[in-house]
Ligand binder design. Structure first.
Ligand SMILES: Cc1ncc(COP(=O)(O)O)c(C=O)c1O
Length: 391
């Protein structure tokens, strides 16, 4: 979107005062005084012409996320996938080779393995937790590498330092999808990434009522290519969604802390219970990547907990049915806790053997912990477990 400045609150008629809340500006088009004024805006930024190229609510939101990510000149897009699209289609050319973490978000994986090859781009996947596998995959021909720090839904921790080092060695761009980790848990641009992106839809906006993305690059030339793609492909965010997300961001730190505290409690509560085979939480010392989680996530293991229930479809049905107060819905980062079941949702089209290799069985659940009263949430899980045991 067009170069922007931080939006100032609009003055109200009568002068002297201004709204303390950002106004929503839905205008699709902006009138200019003269052709010279229009030239000046296109060349120097600082104004708006057409909403697909940028609008005040997107600028305000982008500037706020920039400040959290330690970025400059980031843009907001109409969804997290629009941010992924802007990066991949804005930067890659036919003949390029890309590497992706093999547990990226499902639609990102699909774009890399099914859509990019149609454009003559080769994609290789590797386990982002395995430095050797990543090193081998990131050849000198690799133009771009995309990873997430915490894998979904198995919550493993990427060996991001090794990956960043290898990317530098071969001159590949490192893109980090920071949706799960958020700037509280990880700052990609400070730790070797060239580009950071988000599904703002999730924890940042936080209320399951706005679909948005964000992307920022360290290098302004690369950022301009991403931005140009977003403008041309119409990956624009709606002003109202931007406004909702700006409002959501005001409580982000509070929401994050509360959800994380409850997630820790839930993980400890579930662990060792009859009917639970394993609990995966990066803040627990029994997590397979605990040491790396400590270093990478800086003591912020986040609000996501996965666990494996003993049993089959009868048990998983009984569990979700009994937990009627908790939404059984494949999303995350909402004020309400959501429970997702990868076998019947995100990983339903993954071959059984491949799912098992990832450790995703019928009993595998992922919880996005929200802001409910913690004791009430633990009790809701007890009700679910009791229903499973009584089968
Ligand atoms: C890690 C991650 N990245 C990207 C996306 C895509 O975001 P959106 O749904 O806003 O397009 C999601 C959505 O769940 C996600 O979990």
């Amino acid at each position: 979107m067009m170069k922007k400045t931080q939006m100032r609150p609009l003055g109200l008629p009568g002068g002297g005062s201004f709204p303390v809340v950002t106004p929503i500006m839905p205008s699709v088009v902006y009138a200019s005084a003269t052709p010279d004024a229009l030239d000046h805006m296109y060349e120097n930024g600082g104004g708006y012409v057409y909403a697909r190229e940028g609008h005040p609510n997107a600028s305000v939101l982008a500037a706020r996320i920039d400040a959290m990510e330690g970025a400059q000149g980031g843009i907001v897009t109409g969804s997290g996938m629009a941010a992924v699209t802007a990066v991949l289609y804005g930067l890659l050319r036919s003949g390029d080779r890309v590497v992706g973490g093999d547990q990226l978000y499902g639609r990102s994986l699909r774009m890399m393995t099914q859509d990019l090859p149609r454009m003559g781009i080769t994609c290789v996947l590797a386990d982002a937790c395995d430095a050797t596998a990543m090193r081998d995959a990131i050849t000198p021909e690799t133009r771009l590498v995309m990873i997430e720090i915490v894998s979904n839904p198995t919550l493993r921790i990427a060996d991001v330092d090794a990956i960043a080092e290898r990317c530098k060695e071969v001159g590949a761009l490192l893109v980090v999808d920071n949706t799960f980790t958020t700037p509280r848990g990880f700052l990609p641009l400070e730790r070797g990434a060239d580009i950071v992106l988000h599904s703002v839809t999730k924890l940042l906006a936080g209320h399951a009522d706005a679909t948005l993305g964000y992307v920022a690059a360290k290098d302004p030339t690369i950022m301009a290519e991403i931005d140009g793609c977003a403008q041309t492909m119409g990956l624009t965010a709606s002003p109202f969604d931007c406004w909702l997300a700006e409002r959501g961001l005001m409580t982000f730190d509070l929401r994050f802390d509360r959800a994380q505290d409850t997630a820790r409690r839930l993980a400890d509560h579930l662990s060792g219970q009859d009917g639970i085979l394993q609990v995966i939480y990066p803040g627990r010392s029994d997590h397979p990547d605990y040491a790396r989680a400590q270093s990478v996530l800086r003591g912020q293991p986040g609000n996501m907990v996965s666990f494996e229930l003993k049993g089959d479809r009868a048990q998983t049905n009984a569990f979700t049915h009994a937990m009627s107060d908790i939404s059984f819905a494949p999303t995350l980062g909402d004020v309400s806790t959501t429970l997702s079941h990868p076998v019947s949702s995100s990983h339903r089209s993954v071959a059984d053997a491949d799912r098992r290799a990832l450790g995703i069985t019928e009993g595998f659940f992922r919880v996005s912990v929200g802001l409910e009263q913690p004791d009430a949430l633990l009790s809701a899980f007890d009700v679910g477990l009791e229903a499973v045991r009584s089968i």
